[in-house]
Design a protein around this ligand. Structure first.
Ligand SMILES: [Zn+2]
Length: 249
């Protein structure tokens, strides 16, 4: 059994690995949350603690994003799933309909003992798009990005719109550009806290860049030769950019 032990977005690693045994010293106070889940054929355990505990030298709290470079892809994905489940568990302490404390139910669902409403895990869809104009790509920097890199237009899907409509709207809102030839690239769970990123490529159609100041710091067209710093390999943004970099010129 692997133990995915979190304190907010940081996960406990022992000698750079996910622990396979519980050390009682890690759980001096009762965990805020503890649940079992399956990842592939394996049963795993997700635990949330309130305070990071003082640890021995080989033990460390690591930001979940940073574990992409340390763990195997499978372990990183399982850790993301654990994080999403712990977040959901924390966010569904009470029934949103009648306020009654909820009881643990089957995996991914809780049932209100008072009104019977079922509370399933919630995943929020968001699009991300690489827009192309000849040999250039549209890169943007939003106010919320960490580090100094440039990323891609992205945003949450609104009620009543298709993914393609969302892609078109986000590009228009953030940069004032019109696009065409929207094509699906791939998707990726993004456990910050529970987003499903859905990635697309699209081609520039018309317009001049005019950024949405509330969302973006800057935006521009970049060629392979003058690429700024780009997002880390953990992100779907990077996979889209790497895909474009692999295309024949
Ligand atoms: Zn209820």
């Amino acid at each position: 059994m692997q133990y995915f032990i979190f304190c907010k977005e940081r996960i406990l690693l022992v000698a750079g690995k996910i622990p396979t045994q519980l050390n009682s010293a890690w759980l001096l106070t009762a965990p805020k949350s503890e649940l079992e889940f399956h990842f592939g054929d394996e049963t795993c355990c997700a635990i949330e603690v309130s305070e990071p505990l003082s640890l021995s030298e080989s033990e460390d709290w690591v930001d979940l994003r940073a574990t992409f470079d340390v763990l195997s892809l499978r372990e990183h994905q399982a850790a993301g799933k654990a994080r999403e489940l712990l977040y959901w568990d924390d966010q569904t302490r009470f029934c949103s309909h009648c306020g009654t404390p909820l009881e643990a139910g089957i995996l991914f669902s809780k049932r209100c003992p008072q009104c019977g409403k079922e509370h399933w895990t919630v995943i929020t869809p968001a699009i991300i798009v690489a827009v192309h104009r000849n040999d250039e790509i549209l890169l943007t920097r939003s106010h919320t990005m960490r580090g100094n890199y440039m990323g891609l237009v992205a945003g949450f899907v609104e009620p009543g719109e298709s993914l393609e409509e969302c892609v078109r709207r986000e590009v228009r809102e953030e940069t004032n550009l019109e696009i065409t030839n929207i094509r699906y690239f791939g998707s990726q769970p993004w456990p910050y806290p529970s987003v499903q990123m859905i990635g697309f490529h699209a081609d520039y159609l018309s317009g001049e860049i005019e950024i949405q100041r509330e969302e973006l710091v800057k935006a521009g067209w970049y060629s392979r030769e003058n690429l700024p710093e780009i997002p880390g390999k953990v992100s779907l943004a990077r996979k889209l950019i790497d895909d474009w970099l692999s295309w024949e010129k």
